[in-house]
Design a protein around this ligand. Sequence first.
Ligand SMILES: Cc1cc2nc3c(=O)[nH]c(=O)nc-3n(C[C@H](O)[C@H](O)[C@H](O)COP(=O)(O)OP(=O)(O)OC[C@H]3O[C@@H](n4cnc5c(N)ncnc54)[C@H](O)[C@@H]3O)c2cc1C
Length: 345
Amino acid sequence: MQIFHPGDPGYDDERSGFQTGLRHEPQVIFAVENAEDVRKAVEHAEANGLPYEVQATGHGLTTPTTGVLISTKRMNGVHVDPAQRTATVEAGALWQQVIDAAAPHGLAPLSGDAGDVGVVGYTLGGGHGLLAREFGLARDRVRSMDKIGEVVTTLEFELLPVNQVHSGEMYFDAKHAEAVFDAFHRWDLPDHVTPSLATIAFPDIPVLPEPLRGQNTVRLTYASTRPFDIDHLKVAPRLTEEFGVKPFHRASGGELPPHTYQGDNVLLSDLPAEALHSVRERAAGSDVPIFLGLLPLNDKISPGATHLLKLISPRLHVEDRHAEVFDAVRPYVVGRSRNFRFAVG
Ligand SMILES: Cc1cc2nc3c(=O)[nH]c(=O)nc-3n(C[C@H](O)[C@H](O)[C@H](O)COP(=O)(O)OP(=O)(O)OC[C@H]3O[C@@H](n4cnc5c(N)ncnc54)[C@H](O)[C@@H]3O)c2cc1C
């Protein structure tokens, strides 16, 4: 196992992750490779009265640690048991590894929209996947876990007999946002369909496809193992769209490059159309870029909550601006998901 202190070659690389706006500021980093290394790191923290934090990918960094950082990215074994329909992963495994190992057996995990997110962090935070309304949260499929201190060293969970999904997305110019939000809100949503609505402003850079480059957009996504209809969502011209049956691994979104972002979320007991439009208008009218995401829930995900509303900005120190947007739904807030909290203490 490698151990890094401030100033050592490799220290900055080891503490850096997907979030580029802030980094852990540890006194020492233990780059663990197995459970014994984790034990040594936890014992070091406890013996010296230091706090410790885990980092697999840095996607979910909330508060940087100044104590001990346990970097798990090298401890990333994945084992699929097709007979038991389970996967067992080590602390730093990524979803893409599980998806790739499960697919040849006609199995899939309850992973989300990014294959480079860590399995353990995602699952401990709930784990709202592509098929969440159909099969529930990832954390509800956990069979067992091994822990040393607060560090999960192995996680065993169920896989689903899913190899194909009906899924797709539509992008609209943001000038049609009101009509698209209305159609999404009116959708008599079948319980087996997991959709999302998001606003996204794309930079004007050549790697992006022409219809999206430099555009303010509204994106709808939807997925299920069973067929469903989306025609009623086509209330305005689409910038791009696709919908069809595809292998599970092709239904995940592409991986994003590391960047700076801050975000938070609320769980809502109700979301009347006026409140949704108010959120949309406040986010669009803010003096900082705020992108919103909306996930309709059901009882399999969160009894008592109908929606998860998340806000994200490509910069830090925007908590106050996000609070102004969340104020539009304050009467309906019943909680918050541990996932979808980024660079907020
Ligand atoms: C681009 C992107 C897409 C996302 N998509 C989804 C999605 O579709 N669905 C969803 O539910 N969430 C999603 N998330 C949220 C994501 O699940 C959380 O941010 C999660 O915490 C990331 O875990 P990580 O290990 O990758 O990140 P890290 O920043 O490395 O870890 C985050 C936290 O997880 C905990 N943790 C990680 N590993 C361990 C361990 N071995 N033992 C104990 N604690 C541990 C620690 O508290 C750590 O601070 C997304 C986030 C991003 C940035």
